[in-house]
Design a protein around this ligand. Structure first.
Ligand code: SF4
Length: 225
């Protein structure tokens, strides 16, 4: 029903008092905890169908909780203690993965070298694939010369489907995305067979910190509003 569409981002109930967090919690009319019982139940049925999904969900939840110090001292005292790269490594270890996939953008090739090294030192066999692999002409996907980054000559397209196929062929157990472009990441996620996580989201302007524009929306990025 259109009027019941979930709008959690618009929820004004304070954290800790929300129906999705506590049985006596409050909720707006558009609350999916209140309105989408059968869907929530279906999600649990779906997860329980596949034991590997249950293991994945359980380990992800343990990893989440172990990202904090001061547990037991209350919400206000919780303190984050691990950067995402550490969490990624720890999670892959928890899952007993041995072969990881790393997909990256040519613009982050230096970062990819460092990440690959960290993962290798941690004991993983890392299969990596860069966006331009295959050197396929952008013309293949209907890009005109004047639509290229550098008009005037050959330009290789990013091929996230090929990135996914290369990792699928290597039977990677868990894939890490490092700086794929908007849309290219979507295609990779569509075609990758293994579970995936994003280490960094591409933001050319903001040093791969897209939230910088959100944090400064009332000042330097006000023109976006
Ligand atoms: S599930 Fe309900 S209570 Fe929780 S954030 Fe969404 S609208 Fe708010």
């Amino acid at each position: 029903m259109e009027e019941n569409l979930a709008r959690c981002a618009r929820c004004s109930v304070p954290a800790g008092e929300r129906l999705c967090q506590t049985e006596d919690g409050r909720a707006p009319d558009f609350c999916p905890t209140r309105n989408s019982g059968p869907i929530i139940e279906a999600s649990l049925v779906e997860m329980k169908k596949d034991p590997s999904v249950m293991v994945f969900a359980r380990q992800a939840s343990i990893q989440e909780a172990e990202g904090y110090a001061n547990k037991g001292l209350g919400y206000a005292r919780l303190k984050p203690i691990k950067p995402r790269i550490q969490e990624t490594i720890e999670f892959a270890q928890r899952m007993n993965y041995s072969r990881l996939g790393l997909v990256f953008c040519i613009g982050l090739r230096r970062e990819a070298k460092v990440v690959e090294r960290l993962l290798t030192v941690a004991g993983f066999d890392v299969v990596s694939a860069m966006c331009k692999l295959g050197r396929t002409d952008k013309k293949v996907i209907g890009i005109d010369n004047d639509q290229q980054i550098c008009p005037g000559g050959f330009e290789a397209m990013c091929n996230p489907v090929a990135q996914a196929f290369v990792l699928n062929d290597a039977k990677t157990e868990f894939n890490i995305l490092l700086g794929l472009c908007v849309g290219h990441d979507s295609l990779f996620l569509k075609y990758a067979e293994a579970m995936c996580t994003v280490l960094a989201a591409k933001d050319r302007l903001l040093g791969h910190n897209p939230l910088a524009a959100i944090y400064t929306l009332d000042s330097y990025y006000r023109s976006l509003k």
